[in-house]
Design a protein around this ligand. Structure first.
Ligand code: LIP
Length: 241
């Protein structure tokens, strides 16, 4: 099944997992708010209020899931007064449970995570994605941004097909940075806490701190690497969702 475009996929699994998570959390916390990818697709509002809010992506990497490409994650973030307090990303096929709570560190299957100590962009591995907009102008912009990064030069570019897992790779120190334009809050909320608690930084691709609702992100091991990426691909006002 498709959502915004013919390559923006949704499956019955996405819908069932989201219903399962929301109904079980609601039983314990009936006054809390929810932003879920599939509920928003069904017409629920996507507004982050001051209320305690659970931000859910039931299957991040739906295209991977449909094709049997083994990087798929269930993501649950929790925000109070618009500040993310904890995040859980479960990489289902790898059986890796990434967790973080503000001020308490980040972990994968209980082992502490730390970002890479690399300071040099030209010795870095950078992750990004193609997104799901196939408008030729948008695709040109994505390739032009990738070309700029690749030619810095960097050691290489990668993409797991899941925003959350790309961010967990930043938190684990396997890639130095991940950037994308067009992501949604549910793709990144849970992993955002994990990156920060592993010592990383989150910025808006136009500069300044990450805005969960802006649909742009750079997550990096440190500020200079994040700023170098912004210098190349920042200043983007379009949102190729
Ligand atoms: C997807 C992301 C992917 C991104 C897509 C989409 P979904 O999430 O994880 O990295 O490029 O635009 O947002 O739809 O599989 O939950």
């Amino acid at each position: 099944m498709c959502k915004s475009t013919s390559v923006d996929l949704v499956t019955k699994t996405d819908q069932k997992v989201e219903q399962l998570i929301i109904s079980s959390v609601k039983e314990k916390f009936p006054t809390h708010g929810f932003i879920g990818e599939e509920s928003v697709a069904d017409g629920q509002p996507c507004i982050l209020s001051e209320n305690p809010t659970w931000i859910i992506d039931p299957v991040d990497g739906t295209t991977n899931f449909v094709h049997g490409y083994p990087f798929v994650a269930v993501c649950i973030g929790f925000a109070v007064k618009k500040t993310l307090e904890f995040g859980v990303v479960y990489s289902c096929i790898e059986d890796k449970m990434y967790t973080a709570r503000r001020g308490k560190g980040a972990f994968c299957n209980g082992e502490p995570l730390q970002v890479s100590q690399q300071q040099e962009i030209n010795q870095s591995l950078i992750a990004t994605e193609f997104g799901s907009n196939r408008d030729p102008d948008v695709v040109d912009k994505i390739f032009s941004n990738m070309r700029k990064i690749l030619c810095l030069p960097v050691h290489g570019m990668r993409g797991a097909g899941s925003a959350a897992l790309n961010m967990c790779l930043v938190a684990s120190g396997s890639v130095e940075a991940y950037y994308e334009i067009g992501i949604h809050c549910w793709d990144v909320a849970a992993a955002a806490v994990i990156v920060e608690e592993a010592g990383g930084v989150l910025l808006d691709l136009e500069g300044g701190p990450m805005d969960l609702m802006s649909r742009r992100i750079v997550a990096a091991n440190n500020q200079p690497i994040a700023e170098r990426i912004i210098k190349e691909v920042g200043g983007v006002s379009c949102c190729p969702g």
